[in-house]
Ligand binder design. Structure first.
Ligand code: FAD
Ligand code: SF4
Ligand code: SF4
Length: 462
């Protein structure tokens, strides 16, 4: 009998007043009983619209039916046919716009909690299965991957499974891309990312860290001197944007990327960490996406009073709904329909306050969202000793400037075929944020997957 409850099984979480001062994971995960009960809400629809909402087309009803019968290992096998990072996607995918956004149970109530079930299955597998992946037989071909974010890792894993010798070149000292330096521990524990990366290494993927492609070695050298037959570029979009308003160079103004990297990658929140981080009294985070929510929630955990200043309204916040709800519960103060115009400093060059103006929403712009318009004579000042800019990022121009014949868009994105990732240079493929600009983990994974298929075809037919 299906479970016809209109509501999802509630996800157990740490209480807001406790979690807002620690970095442990907020959502604690379903128990076996909760997972089975939730899986029984799935109607196993003939047309399975949920699958159409998943960029990597996981056979959702099939894995959920296995969960409903308690066959968790079988469920894992089904998910891993399509996804190499299920414990990650179950936690961070914007499910409300993807798989769950298409679920028929969402018409009259809440959709099936597909993401939570995927997380449960992946965690169950990680906790209960010690079996290492077998390294496939080498097929005689070498491929290089630039960047170890979700796009690079997925491309590397899929090619390794086909017998390729894959070397990943990563600029930072730790593999994982945004999964390790951007998304905080309380949303995505780093031990989970490491476990998924260890699985790829078991398949034979060789990850070389501290290798900046374009400085330590160029893409041209990888092909001409090191004889890689194809290269996949998954170097992300890690270059932060600023507002270009007066006062942005004051001490205490920083990009969300720098703030989050100090906290997540360098563990600056821990006593005894080599990397310092500012413990501000009052922080203003500018922006409304996932990055802004993460920066705000980290600042809160460091003991600051935190404001989010966003120029549109709560309805237009681009961050995941769950992240906004969690931020509100944790005591972050939202100043929506406000925009900063100047940052003021004290006599020593430290931030002391930020001047903002109120906004109203005008006619829709080219993105379809209503354009924010400044309200006359609406200036006001918020006292703050730290301002974090979370306004989006773009690809770093280093690879483009050091690779011959690689074409990019004006804003820096590498031009690559939508289906294969092929760039303007034969044998060079690209995907993820380096091509699309800042997007999502699952879209980056999908691009890595498509490129792995295309690279395999290219090398086989060469
Ligand atoms: P990245 O993850 O950026 O990885 C690129 C890697 O390439 C990095 O490790 C970088 O060091 C390396 N690199 C760059 N240049 C070079 C070079 N020259 N040589 C060698 N290596 C290089 N998405 C979601 O779906 N859900 C979320 O909740 C979510 N939250 C986010 C929160 C934050 C704070 C941020 C910043 C992003 C978030 N995203 C989220 C977006 C998501 O993380 C990205 O879309 C995704 O990680 C892109 O993957 P990628 O492989 O293209 O690049
Ligand atoms: Fe949904 Fe993401 Fe899992 Fe696909 S990978 S089923 S979109 S949670
Ligand atoms: Fe199950 Fe919802 Fe998919 Fe239907 S749309 S198969 S109910 S998850």
């Amino acid at each position: 009998m299906p479970n016809m409850s209109l509501k999802k099984n509630i996800m157990p979480t740490q209480a807001p007043e406790i979690r807002n001062s620690n970095f442990n994971e907020v959502a604690l995960g379903y128990t076996k009983e909760q997972a089975i009960d939730e899986a029984k809400r799935c109607l196993n629809c003939k047309n399975h619209p949920c699958v159409g909402g998943c960029p990597v087309k996981i056979r959702i009803p099939d894995f959920i039916q296995k969960v409903a019968c308690g066959e968790f290992d079988e469920a894992y096998k089904i998910i891993s046919e399509s996804s190499s990072l299920p414990a990650v996607c179950g936690r961070v995918c914007p499910q409300e716009n993807q798989c769950e956004g298409k679920c028929v149970r969402g018409i009259k109530g809440e959709p099936v909690a597909i993401g939570r079930l995927e997380r449960f299955v992946a965690d169950y597998h990680n906790e209960n299965c010690d079996k290492k992946a077998q390294k496939p037989v080498f097929n005689g071909h070498k491929v290089a991957v630039v960047g170890s974010g979700p796009s690079g890792l997925t491309c590397a894993g899929d090619l390794a499974k086909k017998g390729y010798e894959v070397t990943v070149f990563e600029a930072l000292h730790t593999a994982g891309g945004v999964l390790v330096y951007g998304i905080p521990e309380f949303r995505l524990p780093k031990a989970i990312v490491k476990k998924e990366i260890d699985g790829l290494c078991d398949l034979g993927v060789d990850i070389k860290t501290n290798m900046i492609v374009g400085k330590t070695v160029s893409v041209d050298e990888l092909i001409d001197e090191y004889k890689f037959e194809a290269v996949f570029i998954g170097s992300g979009a890690g270059l932060p944007k600023f507002m270009n308003i007066p006062g942005e160079n004051l001490k205490g103004v920083l990009s969300a990327n720098e703030f989050l990297t100090r906290i997540n990658l360098m563990k600056a929140y821990k006593d005894g960490s080599d990397t310092p981080v500012m413990h501000a009294k009052k922080t203003v985070v500018v922006g409304g996406g996932n990055v802004a929510m993460d920066a705000a929630r980290c600042a809160k955990r460091l003991g600051s009073e935190v404001y989010i200043v966003y120029r549109r309204s709560m309805e237009e916040l681009p961050a995941r709904k769950e992240e906004v709800e969690h931020a509100v519960e944790e005591g972050i103060i939202f100043k929506t329909l406000n925009n900063p115009v100047e940052i003021y400093g004290d006599e020593n060059g430290f931030v002391k306050s930020i001047k903002c103006v109120e906004m109203t929403l005008g006619e829709p712009d080219e993105s379809g969202r209503r354009r924010p318009v400044v309200k006359e004579e609406s200036e006001f000042v918020i006292d703050a000793d730290c301002v974090i800019m979370a306004l989006g990022t773009s690809p770093n121009p280093l690879i483009k400037s050091t690779t011959s014949g690689l074409e990019t868009q004006k804003w820096g994105g590498i031009i690559a075929d939508e289906n294969t990732g092929l760039t303007s240079r034969e044998g060079i493929y690209a995907g993820g944020d380096a091509v699309t600009g800042a997007a999502t983990v699952i879209l980056a994974m999908g691009a890595g997957k498509n490129a792995a298929e295309a690279i395999d075809e290219y090398i086989k037919n060469k």
